[in-house]
Design a protein around this ligand. Structure first.
Ligand code: PLP
Length: 438
């Protein structure tokens, strides 16, 4: 449900909004964790749009960095030129990712473009490694990887997919179970047994489609938009890595929502044992909302094959590594580091989770509170004992969003359809700068 602005003029907007009937509230300014609306009301941004604004709103240092970039050079094409801001942002990120074998960074303007680029890098890796027969991806149900035809093909957000059936490359993608313990873990099963069963399912899927035909397994490390912060069971990603390695299949981890410190470690996969992904996508928290920027971190294994092969990445966008976006991203990353926001996220996440549990843990329609760091989801059910979800027509999550908004809090609503079960949820993902009092 769109929250409409009572003060909005009557005339039909020229802008195509998400809803053609209702228009969203107009925001006129933001500062720290707060947004100010056109009607003067103040909203605590409890979700940063969709887990975007990691350092909060109105940061002067980032604004200055962007202006400084504009005052020197606003744009160059990466085919012929580079800029210090792009190079330095790549250095800042690979300083964090090199211990995990990820040695190069590639920048685009949105998460969907980053996922497409990762998919194409993975395919190119196999082609140049003498395995052009690899043409398939395996992904997970209840996953969201973006809106472009490529990223949507590996996503399982059914309402967004269904209109494009036959248009998306469905034939080349298959799906396995998500790490959704609330509904997926059996009563008699330990966490480790649950993880092992999911890993076995992945192995079976590879066997079923022919492991020599698979390019990569694509997964969000902590599932976000359609899953509301589902964390992997212990040992899951280590098992996934082993199975991928057994067949020469690449592992693409999508950390567009859960990366950049959001879960209390810079990369969410750092908490999954000794897991070295081949490609990692970052987005939202990379630019923190100050500029549209996303990226792919690429392992030395992939870089090495490309270097020996065509020595180029056969892909490119006009606005990739845009100087002002990179300047914004660099300033945001410097603030995350300077202010120790990843460690703060971890401790404030523990506090927020425990407060959520003590206030809502026994509430009538709360099925589960889950997540990690400042990336927390609440799943709602009509009946706690049977986990029976609400009927979609009730639009429970949207109604929760509206109720929270009317009390001055922004939350991110969603519903995920897994195996016919539609679970309503909201995500809480405030800026990592939020204080204990706030
Ligand atoms: N991947 C994940 C995990 C996401 O959560 C999103 C957006 O919500 C995307 C990819 C797509 O990013 P964008 O909306 O910037 O294209």
């Amino acid at each position: 449900m769109t929250i409409t602005n009572a003060q909005t003029e009557e005339r039909e907007p020229s802008l195509l909004h998400r809803s053609l009937i209702e228009r969203p509230q107009k925001v006129i300014s933001g500062s720290g964790i707060y947004l100010t609306l056109a009607d003067g009301s103040r909203i605590l941004d409890g979700c940063c749009g969709a887990a975007v604004s990691v350092i909060g709103h109105g940061n002067k240092q980032v604004q200055d960095a962007i202006m400084q970039q504009y005052s020197s050079i606003e744009y160059v094409h990466t085919m012929a030129y580079t800029t210090s801001s792009a190079e330095e942002l790549a250095d800042a990120l690979t300083e964090l990712s090199k211990p995990f074998g990820l040695t190069k960074a590639y920048f685009v303007c949105s998460g969907s473009e980053a996922v497409d680029a990762a998919m194409k890098l993975a395919r190119q890796y196999h082609v140049e490694n003498g395995q052009p027969q690899r043409k398939r991806f395996v992904a997970r149900r209840q996953a969201y990887h973006g809106n472009t035809i490529g990223a949507m093909s590996v996503s399982s957000n059914l309402p967004r997919r269904i209109p494009y059936d036959g248009v998306l490359t469905l034939d080349n993608v298959s799906f396995v179970s998500p790490t959704y313990a609330y509904r997926g873990q059996r009563d008699a099963e330990t966490e480790e047994q649950y993880a092992a069963r999911l890993v076995q399912e992945l192995d079976d899927e590879f066997q079923q489609v022919g492991p020599e035909t698979v390019i990569a397994f694509v997964a969000e490390t902590v599932g976000g938009a359609t899953a509301a912060c589902i964390t992997p069971p212990k040992g899951y990603f280590e098992g996934v890595r082993k199975v991928c390695d057994r067949y020469g299949i690449l592992l693409i981890l999508d950390e567009i929502m859960c990366g950049s410190g959001r879960t209390g470690s810079y990369f969410a996969f750092e908490r999954e044992g000794d897991v070295r992904p081949d490609l990692v996508t970052l987005g939202k928290g990379l630019g923190g909302g100050y500029a549209p920027i996303a990226g792919v971190l690429i392992s030395e294994k992939v870089v090495h094959v490309l270097k020996k092969g065509s020595a180029s990445f056969v892909h490119g966008h006009t606005y990739q590594a845009h100087p002002a976006c990179c300047a914004a991203g660099l300033a945001v990353q410097q603030i995350i580091k300077r202010d120790d926001l990843v460690a703060k996220c971890l401790s404030r996440g523990v506090l927020l989770e425990s407060r959520l549990r003590s206030v809502f843990g026994d509430a009538k329609y709360v099925g589960e509170i889950r997540g990690r760091g400042l990336f927390l989801g609440i799943e709602f059910v009509q009946d706690r004992a049977s986990k029976q979800p609400f009927k979609p027509a009730i639009k429970f999550a949207s109604r929760m969003q509206e109720a929270a908004h009317s009390r001055g809090l922004a939350v991110y609503p969603g519903s995920g359809t897994v195996d016919g079960v539609n679970g309503d949820h909201v995500i809480l993902a405030p800026p990592l700068t939020i204080t204990e009092e706030e």
